[in-house]
Each structure stands twice: as structure tokens, then as C-alpha cells.
Design a protein around this ligand. Structure first.
Ligand code: 6PG
Length: 250
């Protein structure tokens, strides 16, 4: 069951998202003693992570993971870990042992995906050949093309039904050289993990996302065309936290 909450602007969206994240973490700790959270990358969540630093959270019982990562150095400005470190981790005393970045200091994006899956199996104490790890909360964004995490339209990862983490790649215009394309290798959680979550929250902001948001919420598109439409947790909730500009076509 999906709910949509529309916020007036990016600031109130970020504050509302921080409130939801904090509440979900507190509930998970109360019920199970730990909160297992997968953070979203990109730029939208940055302000929400800064708001989250003001929340009352037992970071000693909160484990932070990454729904996806760019296969770049942790100090690369494109790194999702770098964005979370700048907006959350560097502002709080989160125990480093409770933060699980995707290892990008390995030979390939596939090696990183395999290593991250092993790490998930170990931390969640779930055998690799059994069901996926169950997160209390997975935060996701929405791309203008309808992607989420690093599950892009037409990509192989969309049909992955076994592995919890796969390599993918983002292809886009090379800003520096007109006309050429840039490929950035990615590592991403797959639908088996996303759809095993107790709760998923999408954070969507800005007019550029209005078309994709309408497609996901109202048009019931094919997952191959709008990957975010594939996020349908079997036993979990989906909340869309969006600002008015992103919601302008709803
Ligand atoms: C990433 C994210 C990606 C992001 C969307 C929206 O690594 O970039 O996982 O799915 O959430 O592309 O990005 P913005 O928040 O920057 O618009």
C-alpha cells in the first residue's frame, strides 16, 4: 500500500523525511532492538540527512547501509558515501562499526556487489542462499527516467530475482565534452531486497521529476520502462514524500 505526502517545498520535505526516518528507527529499536536502514544516494536526501542530525536517535542501535553506490573512491564527489558522510556522519557520533559502505576499493563493480552481498548476509545473519535481508527502512530516490537506486530502464538488474546486489552502469551526457557520453559503474540492491523491506520511503523533489512521479503513481507502467514501479514490498509499506513541484502533475 503506497501513500503520497506532498510538502510545500524542499525544506519541509526534508524535515518531514527526517521525522519519518527517526520514527521508523525508534520503532524498530523498540520492537527488535536494532534498526536496519538503507540510505538513498543522489542529491535529494542530503537536506533530510542534515535534518536527521537534530533527531533523537540511538545511533548505537542503528545500522546504516547504502541502497546503491557509484563505483568511485569514497572521496570522489560522486560517491553516495561521501554525500552521507558530509551531511550526516560527520555531524554526529555514529559508531563507525554501524556504518556499512559499499566497498569500492576492489577490482570491479561486480566484485563490490559480491562483497556487499556477503556483508549483508553476515550482518543480517542470513544464509546467502536463503531469503533476502529484511530492512526496517529503505530510502530511495526517483530519477527523471524513472530509475531508482541504480536500477535503470532496460537494465539487466531489473529482472534479477536471486542476487541481492548487482553491478549496473549509468550512461549519460559527458558535461565536459559536448556530444560524448559518460558511463559510471554502479552497485545496487535489487528488487528482492527492496521488496522484502518493512518500509520503503521515496524522497522526490523538483519539477524535473514530475513526469516520472506521475508515471509511477498513476500510470502503472512496465518496470522495464519505469523501474521505480517495481518497488512493491510484499509485506511492507511504501511512502512517497514529495514536494509540490514534483507533484505538479498528480
Ligand atoms: C544515485 C541514486 C539515484 C537517485 C536518483 C535521484 O545514486 O544517484 O541512487 O537513484 O536517488 O537518481 O537523484 P537526485 O536526488 O540527485 O535527483
Amino acid at each position: 500500500m503506497a501513500t503520497v505526502s506532498i510538502f510545500e517545498d524542499t525544506e519541509s520535505l526534508a524535515e518531514g523525511a527526517a521525522r519519518l526516518i527517526a520514527g521508523t528507527i525508534q520503532e524498530a529499536i523498540h520492537e527488535r532492538g536494532l534498526a536496519m536502514v538503507a540510505l538513498a544516494g543522489g542529491s535529494t536526501p542530503a537536506l533530510a540527512y542534515r535534518w536527521l542530525t537534530h533527531a533523537t536517535i540511538d545511533w548505537g542501535r542503528t545500522y546504516l547501509f547504502f541502497g546503491d553506490e557509484r563505483f568511485v573512491d569514497k572521496n570522489d564527489p560522486r560517491s553516495n558515501y561521501a554525500m552521507v558522510r558530509a551531511n550526516l556522519l560527520s555531524r554526529l557520533s555514529v559508531p563507525p562499526a554501524n556504518v556499512f559502505p559499499v566497498p569500492t576499493d576492489v577490482d570491479s563493480a561486480w566484485a563490490a556487489a559480491i562483497a556487499y552481498q556477503k556483508l549483508l548476509a553476515s550482518v543480517f545473519e542470513v544464509a546467502p542462499d536463503s531469503g533476502p535481508p529484511i530492512f526496517d527502512l529503505i530510502l530511495l530516490g526517483l530519477g527523471e527516467d524513472g530509475h531508482t537506486a541504480s536500477l535503470f530502464p532496460g537494465s539487466d538488474g531489473l529482472s534479477e530475482s536471486e542476487r541481492w546486489v548487482v553491478a549496473s552502469e549509468w550512461t549519460g551526457p559527458q558535461k565536459a565534452q559536448q556530444g560524448s557520453t559518460l558511463v559510471v559503474e554502479r552497485v545496487t540492491m535489487t528488487f528482492p531486497v527492496l521488496n522484502a523491506a518493512r518500509a520503503v520511503a521515496f524522497l522526490v523533489s523538483g519539477p524535473s521529476k514530475a513526469q516520472a512521479l506521475k508515471a509511477v503513481i498513476e500510470d502503472r507502467p512496465s518496470v522495464n520502462v519505469v523501474p521505480a514501479a517495481g518497488v512493491l514490498p510484499a509485506h511492507g509499506t511504501v511512502e512517497w514524500l514529495v514536494d509540490a513541484q514534483a507533484a505538479s502533475l498528480l
